[in-house]
Write a protein that binds this ligand. Sequence first.
Ligand code: RBF
Length: 168
Amino acid sequence: MSSADKNLSVFNTDGLPDISSKKFAILVAEWNSEVTERLFEGAYQTLIQYGSSPENIERGNVPGSFELTLGAQWFADRRDVDAVIALGVVIQGETKHNDYINHAVAQGITNVSLKTGKPVIFGVLTPNTMEQALDRAGGIHGNKGDEAAMTAIKMLGLYHQIALAQSR
Ligand code: RBF
């Protein structure tokens, strides 16, 4: 399936881990907040649907997507946080700035994830238009926030599997 056809809210949920004791941080960029609020709603509801609880989900806001990296590091450095979900929307074409922001955030989030050994999920939409963004924030292509939350859950499951294998 091409990424254009993918519904971001449809996933394989076989073998998901128990996340009832896991702590999640969700970072939300304020730029394009009409979209990022929908991403947040999707991520939050997906975590709840698959076993988390409101007291185990903490939200933090950053001004723009560029700041997601440092916000993610602050959260991931905290011992009680198990996974971080970073949500933003950078509309392509409005300005060349988008390229710099997208590359910096993708690289930065990867670095934070590797440095801390925790899932730090890149939940940043990079569409050409606002319409395409809304299509992926609870519209016809589902919700990138749902997908980002599910990715965090699956990565915690993989970590659990690998850690268990080591302790055998
Ligand atoms: N932040 C976003 O999250 N999405 C954007 O589409 C976006 N576009 C920007 C365009 C320009 C020209 C500038 C200067 C910033 C933009 N930002 C955007 C904000 C950026 O992530 C960061 O918050 C600011 O650059 C900090 O001053």
